[in-house]
Design a protein. Structure first.
Ligand SMILES: NC(=O)c1cc2c(N)ncc(C(N)=O)c2s1
Length: 318
């Protein structure tokens, strides 16, 4: 095969493998059997072996990077990763709603989202390519864990549009993976992780990406850091935009026209929580209109237009 033909074949294989990966890990609706995916991956690995100049950073073969790092370098976030104020009761939610309506007017609607119990991360894309993944750190400076985040299959290496943006999400370990990992640890006489959040954090802190790749981590993307540049006018529209780019967002989100509806959503999930395949520790409630978010602004560390309702800590049955 000559270089020109190889270039065309490599491009086709990238598109096919990215699409099949998206269907399997983001939509959970694979359209081809695993054997077909593996066959195409083997073809791409072989072609990259014959034509090394065709092996690119964003190739599906490059998800699990080679070298073992000796440390994580520090990186500065383009915009601060804020933390959320907490609500612990219905009254706290009504007080939040009153403050929002005082600051942004009576006609306000909210978006309710499950608060994933994992590790907040920031993902940077340049011209559609995943270029940097970082932990939250202190909100301004985080750690560069790009190599480990690349191993999470629901993180696209290339977006469906060549946009430059920074998105926020929560990396987490599904409960089944957590139970499997702890069983293996106990069989090896190792200390098990206390909960999936610690297991996810411990996995993303591995200096060898091949170890992180074995931990079956996942992510839900939930925000756009530079949302002003995208032209969307509401948070819910921003989440739909993230879906259209190929990101995995959480489908349980709900737009609520009043705090009463928010309280209903919170009560509903208090009972349904155990049915989820991942841990949540609350519900995030955000003002939907970006103009109203702008009007409300932020305190030094938290947005005035969002709050996290925290579920009561579960009694640990010893
Ligand atoms: N600290 C934060 O700002 C957030 C933390 C989280 C979290 N752990 N899970 C979901 C969301 C969300 N859907 O917005 C947020 S937002």
């Amino acid at each position: 095969m000559d270089l020109q033909l190889a270039e065309k074949r490599v491009k086709d294989l990238h598109n096919l493998l990215n699409q099949y990966n998206y269907e399997y890990h983001v939509l959970d609706q694979p359209s081809v059997p695993d054997a077909e995916y593996d066959r195409l991956m083997r073809d791409l690995i072989e072609l990259e072996g014959q034509f090394p100049e065709l092996k690119t950073e964003d190739s599906p073969t490059q998800r699990v990077g080679g070298e073992i790092l000796d440390m994580f370098e520090k990186v500065e976030h383009q915009s601060q990763m804020l933390s959320l104020g907490n609500a612990f009761s219905e009254q706290d939610l009504r007080d939040f709603d009153r403050r929002v309506r005082q600051g942004a007017g009576e006609n306000v609607s909210y978006v309710c989202e499950l608060k994933i119990d994992g590790l907040a991360v920031s993902l940077r894309y340049e011209d559609g390519l995943f270029t940097l993944g970082a932990t939250r750190g202190d909100g301004s400076i985080g750690e560069n864990i790009t190599a480990n985040l690349k191993t999470i299959r629901s993180i696209p290496l290339r977006l469906k549009e060549s946009v430059t943006m920074e998105v926020r999400g929560e990396a987490f370990m599904p409960r089944r993976s957590f139970e499997k990992l702890n069983k293996a640890k106990e069989e090896n006489g190792e200390e098990p992780f206390a909960n999936p959040r610690n297991a996810a954090a411990g996995s993303l802190r591995q200096l060898d990406p091949r170890l992180a790749a074995k931990r079956n981590l996942d992510i839900f993307v939930y925000g756009i850091a530079n949302v002003g540049d995208t032209g969307v006018v509401s948070h819910s529209e921003g989440l739909d935009y993230l879906d259209s780019l190929g990101f995995k967002t959480n489908k349980e989100r709900k737009r609520c026209e009043s705090i009463e509806k928010v309280i209903e959503y919170v009560q509903g999930w208090t009972d349904k929580r155990p049915n989820l395949s991942y841990d949540i520790d609350g519900i995030v409630i955000k003002v939907d209109s970006l103009e109203s978010q702008e009007q409300l602004g932020t305190t030094a560390k938290s947005p005035r237009w969002a709050i996290a309702y925290k579920f009561p800590a579960e009694e640990v049955v010893t």
